[in-house]
Design a protein around this ligand. Structure first.
Ligand SMILES: Cc1cc2nc3c(=O)[nH]c(=O)nc-3n(C[C@H](O)[C@H](O)[C@H](O)COP(=O)(O)O)c2cc1C
Length: 171
């Protein structure tokens, strides 16, 4: 079995917050970066996007993703960055987590949100990846009203830096 000594930062982001923080984590940890991107893009306006996302959640959808991780076996740690969508992971992140064997890997979750912090996303990660270890997570508020106009999360975010140091992965 291949040594799992690398860290992957995998992120899904619609309005940029989780993506911005994923970029910071990539730089501060020297990890590889992977974007979880759906084949069908989400609408550009907030109201349309939340409608589609709600429908997908109601249908327990698994939207197809554009790319796969090359050689997931080399990663022992996955830092998963995503927005809270309707209380949990966007459905494309469900697709991602079901696509690989996370046995023996540790998943750290970073959630951007508009007030509901992690929601039930950690429970869903554990259900989707029962053989993974889950590490300490971090939630970052974006105080979301109109995320396409205002990206409220800026970097470097000191809470993220402190979290990475605490996990033993920071600079
Ligand atoms: C489809 C959708 C659903 C959302 N649902 C929630 C929610 O249930 N709870 C919450 O606190 N924020 C919710 N938000 C706000 C986002 O979590 C927040 O804006 C986040 O910072 C967006 O991250 P991103 O810029 O990486 O997409 C939602 C946003 C969208 C677009």
């Amino acid at each position: 079995m291949q040594v799992q000594n690398k860290t992957l930062v995998a992120y899904f982001s619609w309005s940029g917050n989780a993506g911005t923080l994923a970029g910071q984590i990539e730089r501060e940890t020297g990890s590889d970066l992977f974007e979880i991107k759906t084949v069908t893009p989400y609408p550009g306006t907030y109201n349309e996007c939340i409608e589609i996302a709600k429908q997908e959640q109601n249908n327990n959808a698994r939207p197809a993703l554009t790319e796969s991780v090359v050689n997931m076996a080399q990663y022992g740690k996955v830092i998963l960055c995503y927005p809270n969508w309707w209380g949990t992971l966007p459905m494309g992140v469900f697709t991602f987590l079901e696509a690989y064997d996370f046995s023996g890997k540790t998943i750290y979750h970073l959630v951007t949100h508009g007030g509901s912090r992690f929601g039930r996303s950690l429970d869903d990660i554990k259900k989707l990846c029962p053989r993974a270890v889950t590490g300490e997570g971090l939630s970052v508020s974006a105080f979301d009203t109109n995320p396409k106009d205002v990206t409220r999360v800026t970097t470097p975010n000191r809470t993220v830096t402190a979290w990475l140091r605490k996990l033993g992965m920071g600079q």
